[in-house]
Design a protein around this ligand. Structure first.
Ligand code: KIV
Ligand code: ZN
Length: 503
């Protein structure tokens, strides 16, 4: 059997460090359950000392998500390690992940420590974590820029103190594949203690090489790859899980290794993360971008129609993208909707199914055919909805190039309809102003993205916004065949998140 590569997902920790992508407890739980369905080996659920909310979120993941090991990150200090343990202790398989800078740059400029003191700190930290937890990962932060002899000493000492996993990150994305692969090989040769621990890699994408570096490390003996869904992460991001996994699967004969990832769950996971973190996936992104399996040139289309293998190296179904031949319409009954949802892998509870059905009817009234992509957008937005303080009811716009745009919006609060009107610089601005008047709060729009879920003039529009409300950035998402309505729904969704957070 091929050697197994452990997949350590850090979307909920390194991915969540992106400004504005902060997740609340329920959102983390939802993604963590999906990561478990995807089959990752480890979920790094957060950095418990970073905030009491994050501690609670990691704790909830540890208590409720079964299957993968659940890791909490900690600096090499007792207080952080205590909090990390507090957060992960109820997991089926808890892991404490301790890190400390090891390069001279980090030691001198950031930590102001000499090498021996830092080594002592590392050993003490691992020993402290080990008092609580059998599974302790130790990361030599900025490992790829660390003096090799010193790196070997730390690794040997950390394993001696009880570390079960050693991670050598390329923290600043500086490494190149030959060099990073060589580092992993040399470490394996120089540190015999590594036979008693897993060797992990964690690559950042500052030079666009995170995936290539991770694969070079795998070829040279790394056991675990740390990565994120959609390649999200600090600065230019981390190695993308979907790319690593699909490269190892598609080129299995060349790499001779395997993962336990259920690749058919990749697309759904990617969409969920994009929605909940409110970070759109670029269309040409490998594996999960909207163009990854679309063929536009005539020659390619002709080839694909004759035999898919002419221009396709991965089957869309292998990553969970299914094309359904029968389209749904407003006349499709509940049974047909339920059947399609099942085919798409959604098992919805009654209450959620009812909401999806209502929204489906509302959209189908205005759009002739509902495709699987439309349905996916509807379901995922309903799934990720917070408790709504205000729900959307209706919207009217008067706009044109010779008049001041005017919007009238009706929202519902506690069963009561509230209508107001406002003008703005454009129709979207007028809708936003009107929503602010009704909810009684002001927001500063930080980011706005609007895309069509499918092709065609009547495509469903999906809007994503990021809004600063009282100093915190909330994301919002909305969908509708009417793009102004989609935008208004997204804006309202951000305010509902604010209210949900405030109570
Ligand atoms: O990039 C990095 O070095 C990290 C560590 C905390 C593992 O994220
Ligand atoms: Zn990192």
């Amino acid at each position: 059997m091929a050697r197994k590569i452990h997949i350590f997902d850090t979307t909920l920790r390194d991915g969540e460090q992106i400004p504005g992508a902060k997740l609340n407890k329920n959102q983390k739980l939802e993604i963590a359950h999906q990561l478990a369905r995807l089959g990752v080996d480890v979920i790094e659920a957060g950095f418990p000392c970073s905030s009491p909310e994050d501690l609670q979120a990691v704790k909830a993941v540890a208590q409720q998500v079964k299957g993968p090991a659940i890791a909490g990150l900690a600096r090499a200090v007792e207080k952080d390690i205590d909090l990390a343990w507090e957060a992960v202790k109820d997991a089926e398989r808890p892991r404490i992940h301790v890190f400390l800078g090891s390069s001279d740059i980090h030691l001198q400029k950031k930590l102001r420590q000499d090498r021996d003191k830092a080594l002592h700190m590392a050993v003490e930290a691992v020993r402290h974590a080990k008092k609580y937890c059998e599974d302790v990962e130790y990361s030599t932060e900025d490992g790829s820029r660390t003096d090799f002899e010193y790196l070997c000493r730390i690794i040997e000492a950390a394993i001696g103190a009880g570390a079960t996993v050693i991670n050598v990150p390329d923290t600043v994305g500086y490494a190149i594949p030959d060099e990073y692969g060589g580092l992993v090989r040399k470490l394996r040769e120089a540190v015999p203690a590594l036979d008693r621990a897993l060797l992990s890699v964690h690559c950042h994408n500052d030079l666009g090489l995170a995936v290539a570096n991770s694969l070079a490390a795998v070829q040279n003996g790394a056991d675990q790859v740390e990565c994120t869904i959609n390649g999200l992460g600090e600065r230019a991001g981390n190695a993308s899980l979907e790319e690593i996994v699909m490269i190892l699967k598609t080129r299995e004969a060349s790499y001779g290794v395997r993962t336990d990832i259920k690749t058919e769950e990749i697309y759904r996971t990617s969409r969920m993360v994009s929605r909940l973190m409110n970070i759109p996936v670029q269309p040409n992104k490998a594996i999960i971008g909207s163009n990854a399996f679309s063929h536009s040139s005539g020659i390619h289309q002709d080839g694909i129609l004759k035999d898919r293998s002419t221009y396709e190296i991965i089957k869309p179904e292998d990553v969970g993208i299914r094309q359904h031949k029968i389209v749904l319409t407003a006349r499709s009954g509940r049974a047909a909707l339920g059947h399609r949802l099942k085919e798409m892998g959604y098992e919805l509870e009654k209450e959620l199914f009812e909401r999806v059905h209502q929204r489906f009817l509302n959209v189908a009234d205005r759009k002739k055919e509902i495709t699987s992509e439309d349905l996916r957008s509807i379901v995922e937005i309903e799934m990720t909805k917070v408790t709504e303080t205000f729900s959307f009811n209706s919207l009217q716009i008067m706009s044109g190039n010779t008049m001041v745009p005017l919007a009238s919006v009706t929202l519902v609060r506690g069963g009561e309809k509230i209508t107001d009107a406002a003008t703005g610089n454009g129709p979207v601005d007028a809708v936003f102003n009107c929503i602010e008047r009704i909810v009684g709060e002001q927001g500063k729009l930080q980011d706005f993205d609007l895309k069509a879920v499918t092709t065609g003039k009547d495509a469903l529009g999906e809007a994503m916004v990021r809004v600063d409300i009282q100093g915190t950035v909330y994301s919002g998402i909305g969908t509708s065949p009417d793009v102004i309505e989609a935008t208004g729904r997204a804006y309202l969704n951000a305010f509902n998140r604010f209210f949900a957070n405030a109570h």
